[in-house]
Design a protein around this ligand. Structure first.
Ligand code: ATP
Ligand code: MG
Length: 241
């Protein structure tokens, strides 16, 4: 059995707007394991981003408990959550969120600076990851000089630089053309299969979701269906003689 890295125990998130209560996530029970590539799909407003942000500690549950990497986050202060997030989680967003005034390698280095990693080690680790993914040609370039696909690659490297226990991606292909989006999805698959990176990918695109081995379907803040072992072929029923 693989190690559990995320456990949601009856997790709800409600937003209060004026006199209205929006039940964005309602009573979710879920376990994500090490090395799993999971997609979260569902219509707009079904709670995908809210659930991902709860796992990512960017939102705090209204009710229920979230355990990540054997750590119960229920009683953590904002300061503790920020530290925990920096050390344990990597984020990839639809709009890349790169810092415009920094080069590719400086953007990738940023999480290590926040994590107080010494200068020499930072340079070594950044160079290593750039080399591993053949991105040397992007060195010295600023985000505005990169194509959207290149920007997303830099953002993925930045998310991976602190060796997170899980990569969390919210519509990472939402701002890319079909071909570039496919290439980014290929990279996620490669990361999962060759490096064993655990990934949670939010998308409204079922074809993109199918790159994962598991698909969680959301509706009205609830997980309505959990499709597992998608790469296991279902054998044809044997015909009776
Ligand atoms: N910060 C917030 N304040 C108030 N309501 C919110 C907030 N964030 C999300 N919601 C509401 O919670 C519900 C779920 O939103 P969420 O963004 O999680 O859905 P989603 O599945 O990611 O949708 P989309 O596919 O459009 O990105 C929606 O009704 C949304 O309006
Ligand atoms: Mg969303």
């Amino acid at each position: 059995m693989r190690t559990e890295i995320v456990e949601c125990d009856n997790v709800s998130k409600h937003f209060i707007i004026g006199t209205n209560v929006v039940k964005a996530v309602q009573g979710v029970d879920m376990i994500l394991r090490e090395g799993e590539f999971t997609s979260i799909v569902g219509p707009s407003g079904s709670g995908k981003t809210t659930l991902l942000n709860l796992i990512g500690t960017l939102e705090v549950p209204t009710r229920g408990k979230i355990i990540i990497n054997n750590t119960d986050l229920s009683s953590f202060s904002n300061y503790e959550l920020t530290n925990f997030r920096r050390k344990n989680l990597g984020f990839v967003f639809q709009f890349f969120n790169l810092i415009e005034g920094l080069t590719s390698e400086e953007n990738i280095e940023l999480p290590l600076i926040f994590d107080s990693v010494p200068y020499e080690e930072r340079k070594t680790r950044v160079n290593q990851i750039i080399k591993e993914f053949d991105l040397e040609h992007l060195n010295g370039k600023f985000p505005e000089e990169l194509s959207s696909g290149e920007r997303q690659r830099v953002a993925i490297m930045r998310a991976l630089i602190n060796n997170p226990v899980m990569l969390l991606a919210d519509e990472p292909t939402g701002n890319l053309d079909t071909k570039t989006g496919q290439a980014v999805l290929d990279l996620f698959k490669e990361l999962n299969e060759e490096r064993g990176t655990s990934i949670a990918l939010v998308t409204h695109d079922l074809a993109a979701a199918k790159r994962a081995k598991r698909i969680l379907h959301m509706h009205d803040g609830k997980i309505t269906f959990d499709q597992q072992d998608l790469d296991v072929e279902i054998p044809e029923p044997k015909s009776k003689i």
